[in-house]
Design a protein around this ligand. Structure first.
Ligand SMILES: CC(C)(COP(=O)(O)OP(=O)(O)OC[C@H]1O[C@@H](n2cnc3c(N)ncnc32)[C@H](O)[C@@H]1OP(=O)(O)O)[C@@H](O)C(=O)NCCC(=O)NCCS
Length: 331
């Protein structure tokens, strides 16, 4: 009987390098409050957001992706030619096809690396990290670039009170590759499509073509808030357990930057010690969906609050509904 061979790869993986970029414009609460009959005070109290960063008209998801990717490659001491796969997680790239990832791979000199996009909204970065870890350990790729990139401002209705004022633009990227020691814990991920209507775009592309109106994002904020607070903490705890750790072992906690009150509630429910450093980039950057976790890590490392080698718990959650969590060693 003929037996085929199956690929196998290294036992362990880690994040080798990380980079992030934010939209160049600082948009204050006063800048967005008028059309939604809100105020700087309300937005600060209910969300913790002070400013959000938004990109200019000349910058698109590809530009943000490329900039973050170049920083991550430099941080890893690698070039595009070292990449075997490029994954871009985004829900704000305008083209259904071809994938943003193939274009980014080409721009980085990574061709013929495998390249594809994933649509997992605010969980997209953690989905990508889980996939990259699996690709490397299976032997399918040695170095994988994962980018979370969003230009949320292209999908904003300034008069929408439910989500638009939360959103910012940016991209975060990591290079994942083989490691001598464990650097990425098991990914706990999942979905709940029965609640797809909680965060959606207003209408489909055919409707947009018919009406001449761009779709924008909408959410049922209070329901999403409850889901995030009550259902995501157990997922994060599972990720800690799957990594063979306890909450006391966590140095850094980087949840998706959705709302400062969600972050505070999650800390309580996880029973994280006060010494744990927490990503709170939302205050300045806003919610950048798939980019929010790597951007929050980028800030913690740049400002010296977290250090390379720290053990970080990250969890993404959002439209789908979808979620993913894992414990990683910071690059
Ligand atoms: C959107 C969000 C900030 C709204 O805050 P909230 O405390 O849940 O607000 P509610 O919808 O319960 O409304 C409370 C009050 O504020 C008012 N309100 C709602 N949105 C407002 C806004 N943008 N500005 C001013 N007032 C607002 C409501 O009218 C309501 O007034 P009332 O008490 O007089 O009826 C919050 O639900 C949230 O952050 N949810 C998580 C969503 C998220 O992050 N999703 C992204 C993907 S993960």
């Amino acid at each position: 009987m003929t037996t085929l061979q199956q690929a196998s790869g290294p036992k362990y993986t880690r994040i080798l390098g990380l980079g992030g970029v934010r939209g160049e414009n600082v948009v204050t609460n006063d800048d967005v409050a008028g059309p939604i009959d809100s105020s700087d005070e309300w937005i600060r109290q209910r969300t913790g957001i002070v400013t959000r960063r938004r990109a200019g008209a000349d910058t698109d998801v590809l530009d943000l992706s490329e900039q973050a990717a170049r920083l991550a490659l430099e941080d890893a001491g690698l070039t595009g030619a070292d990449l075997d796969a490029v994954i871009v997680s985004t829900v704000t790239y305008f083209n259904q096809t071809p994938a943003a990832a193939a274009i980014i791979a080409d721009r980085l000199g990574a061709t013929p690396a495998a390249a594809y996009d994933i649509s997992a909204a605010c969980a997209g970065y953690s989905y990508g990290v889980g996939q990259a870890d699996a690709l490397v350990r299976s032997g399918l790729a040695k170095h994988v670039l994962v980018i979370g990139a969003e230009k949320m401002s292209d999908f904003i209705d300034p008069t929408d009170r439910s989500i638009s004022f939360l959103l910012g633009d940016g991209a975060g990227a990591v290079v994942i590759g083989p490691s001598e020691t464990p650097g990425i814990g098991p990914t706990i991920w999942g979905s709940d499509g029965g609640r797809a209507s909680l965060i959606t775009q207003t209408h489909s592309l055919p409707e947009a073509a018919r009406t001449g109106t761009m779709p924008t994002l909408r959410q049922e904020g209070a329901s999403v808030f409850k889901w995030a607070v009550w259902q995501m903490a157990p997922i994060a705890l599972e990720a800690i357990k799957a990594a063979g750790l306890t909450p006391e072992d966590i140095d850094v906690f980087v949840p998706h930057q959705a709302n400062m009150r969600i972050i505070d509630q999650m800390i309580k429910q996880l029973g994280l010690p006060e010494s744990v450093v927490v990503g709170r980039d939302i205050a300045d950057t806003g919610n950048t969906s798939a980019a929010s976790i790597p951007l929050a890590i980028e800030r913690l490392l740049r400002e010296g609050e977290a250090k390379r080698g720290d053990i970080a718990l990250q969890i993404g959650f959002g439209a789908g509904l979808v979620y993913a969590a894992q414990v990683v060693v910071l690059p």
